[in-house]
Design a binder for this molecule. Structure first.
Ligand SMILES: [Fe+2]
Ligand SMILES: [Fe+2]
Length: 293
């Protein structure tokens, strides 16, 4: 590898996949702050995860043989393992949504996500797929940071699903630089990375908007202006869930951006300790043996 980013993952952060096997029991329909819009926004995102994360894994795998550094190879193995586990857990979360009465929405949403990702695989070059992965990993990392930085937000999630979102958020932060570092090493184009971020944001925004709406429609809440306005304010108003990610989102546009310029490793250590203390994270993790994937 000719180039290494000046900034890299803190050494004490390990990228270690864990099998969780969450059982989602007695999940209320509006499990996030008792708010249909917030809940369905995350439900819609979850529909994209199983296939989306498989896309990320394949995009990274396509270039991993160009990485000679052993530490970086181990990080890539960790990334692949973590994303594979996320796909499994969100598969079962999405099955739970179907069993809650949203079968049509859950199946339709996953089918559309699969179709869009298939188009991406066919139409984008391998380098563009890696750029899309780095961009979408930036989006997931800043959303993860937003969730973990706001305990009140997490407290407002029903306990039956809270651990899933905390665990996923922790791991997204742990591996937030893997796809980015690989992109910088094997592609490196600033223009492609910025263009792809804008396109990926537009695509993901359109998709989540469409499926948030579909879930709301199923609830018969799509014509309830007060419910919609309150939810939109909680997403896009001052201090909204998404509004407060905007400064972090924009950091990606800096030519010298690196995901670990913001060292939020203390945050993930804190939440991992909380999950472990609650018995939500098994003490023994799956190994990240090099070359395992
Ligand atoms: Fe993930
Ligand atoms: Fe990820």
């Amino acid at each position: 590898m000719s180039r290494r980013a000046a900034i890299s993952k803190p050494e004490h952060v390990s990228i270690t996949p864990q099998r969780m096997d969450f059982a989602f029991e007695d999940v209320p329909r509006h499990w996030f702050r008792n708010d249909p819009v917030l809940t369905h926004f995350l439900n819609a995102l979850s529909l994209t995860f199983p296939d989306g994360e498989r896309f990320f894994v394949d995009a990274v795998r396509a270039f991993r043989d160009q990485v000679t550094d052993k530490t970086r190879q181990a990080e890539i193995s960790g990334f692949i393992g973590q994303e594979a586990m996320h796909s499994l857990e969100h598969d079962s979360f999405n099955d739970m949504l179907a069993s809650q009465g949203y079968r049509e929405e859950a199946e339709g949403g996953q089918k559309l996500a699969r179709h869009l990702i298939k188009q991406g695989r066919e139409r984008l070059s391998a380098k563009q797929q890696l750029a899309a992965t780095a961009a979408l990993e930036h989006i997931t990392a800043i959303l993860a940071n937003r969730l973990l930085k706001d305990p009140a937000l997490l407290e407002s999630m029903h306990p039956s699903v809270r651990a899933l979102w905390i665990w996923h958020a922790i791991e997204e932060i742990e591996h937030k630089a893997v796809a980015f570092d690989l992109y910088q090493d094997v592609v490196g184009s600033y223009r492609m990375r910025v263009r792809t971020l804008l396109a990926a944001t537009l695509a993901l925004g359109t998709y989540t908007g469409k499926y948030t709406w579909a879930f709301l429609k199923k609830d018969g809440l799509h014509r309830r202006p007060l419910v919609l306005a309150r939810g939109m304010w909680r997403l896009f108003g001052i201090n909204g869930v998404l509004t407060r990610t905007v400064p972090d989102f924009l950091t990606f546009l800096r030519p010298d951006f690196h995901p670990w310029q913001e060292d939020n490793s203390a945050l993930i250590a804190e939440w991992r300790a909380i999950l472990t203390a609650q018995g939500d994270v098994p003490e023994t993790a799956l190994p990240t043996a090099q070359g395992q994937h």
